[in-house]
Design a protein around this ligand. Structure first.
Ligand code: NAP
Length: 324
């Protein structure tokens, strides 16, 4: 099987190597370590060099094992050939817990550094075990300055080549940028033809923050609402006209917006198929039709928190990630 050559995008802030323009997501519920390991190896075989994990996903160890195995097999010359992202979970979003949490992620990954370390959510929870859904009464005010100082320290120590955020709206970024001495290089958010993030993308473009798109294929039906991307009649018609799949149209559209999709599959054929987006283009008319797709965000704060209980020290509006 011939592996695809994936273009790369330069990040404006920090010292990371350029980021391959499509990443492979590793989140699955429940986490299946052997499957994740095999999927990452398959991903490396077909050309992925950019992998997305998080302390929350429980896939760091599987990703690390797969990359070590790929190096032993000569599929990659060394760990330096891959771009690895991991994320700080909300229970660790406290100034003194950032570095210990990153060091634990690095132990899981068997690595000395991650290429990109993200604050997973603009939510801080009382320290404790990672559990999902989150308890409303565990949410505490987010210490933007303290947490970001520790993220900056992680970059200075070389434990993360570059740092960033995830699920941050412009409101959260405003608070962060007011205290940052190192700017976030990336904001990873839900983004697809059915949730185009126009406001946030304008904001990030002005600040030189690269936007990475999670759930670019509509997600894994986490919230039980179906899949707005793969079931879109507009995208289906474009896919038919171009002789491509809906998944490829969505990924190509995100790429043409200058953003980096992070798409998950544990199936080798789909992984390969999802990289076959670099030798064709969408037309202006396709772009116009996609710009008119009704918008619907899947992942909201109410989805990560349990419906029971009360917020005692934050408001739902402080942690909401839906931005018109
Ligand atoms: P996604 O990439 O939109 O994928 C959704 C589903 O599409 C997968 O379950 C996959 O199933 C299927 N699929 C993949 N390729 C396909 C194809 N060519 N045709 C048809 N179906 C296809 O969903 P996601 O996992 O939500 O997002 C991707 C990654 O982003 C995650 O894995 C994670 O790394 C990251 N993420 C980050 C956050 C955050 O808060 N920062 C949140 C969510 C996700 P199969 O495995 O069966 O192929």
């Amino acid at each position: 099987m011939v592996s695809a050559v994936v273009p790369e995008v330069a990040l404006r802030h920090g010292n990371a190597r350029p980021m391959p323009a499509v990443g492979m997501g590793t989140a699955a519920a429940p986490a299946m370590l052997e499957k994740a390991r095999e999927a990452v190896l398959a991903g490396i075989e077909v050309g992925y060099r950019h992998f997305d994990t998080a302390a929350l996903y429980g896939t760091e160890a599987a990703l690390g094992e797969a990359i070590a195995e790929a190096t032993r097999r000569g599929l990659v010359a060394s760990r330096e050939e891959v771009f690895v992202t991991s994320k700080l979970w909300s229970t660790q979003c406290h100034a003194d817990l950032v570095l210990p949490s990153l060091r634990e992620s690095l132990r899981n990954l068997q690595m000395d550094y991650v290429d990109l370390y993200l604050i997973h959510w603009p939510i801080s929870l009382k320290p404790g075990p990672m559990a999902f859904p989150l308890k409303r009464e565990d949410a505490v005010p987010f210490d933007f300055e303290g947490v970001w100082r520790s993220m900056e320290e992680a970059q200075r120590l070389g434990l993360a080549k570059v740092i960033g955020v995830s699920n941050f709206t412009a409101k959260h970024l405003d608070k962060l940028l007011a205290v940052a001495t190192i700017l976030p290089a990336v904001n990873q958010v839900e983004m697809s033809p059915v949730w185009q993030q126009r406001t946030l993308r304008r904001y990030c473009a002005e600040k030189g923050i690269h936007v990475s798109a999670y759930s670019p294929l509509g997600g894994q039906n986490w919230a039980g609402n179906g899949n707005g991307v793969l079931e879109s009649p507009v995208l289906a018609a474009i896919a038919k006209a171009r002789g491509k799949s809906i998944a490829q149209v969505s990924l190509r559209w995100i790429y043409e917006q200058g953003l980096t999709p992070v798409a998950k599959s544990y199936k080798k054929e789909r992984l390969k198929h999802n990289l076959e987006i670099f030798d064709w283009e969408l037309t202006e008319e396709d772009h116009l039709k996609i710009s008119q797709i009704p918008q619907n965000k899947t992942v909201k704060a109410t989805y990560v928190f349990s419906p029971d209980g009360e917020f005692t020290s934050v408001d739902l509006s402080d942690v909401e990630v839906v931005e018109e």
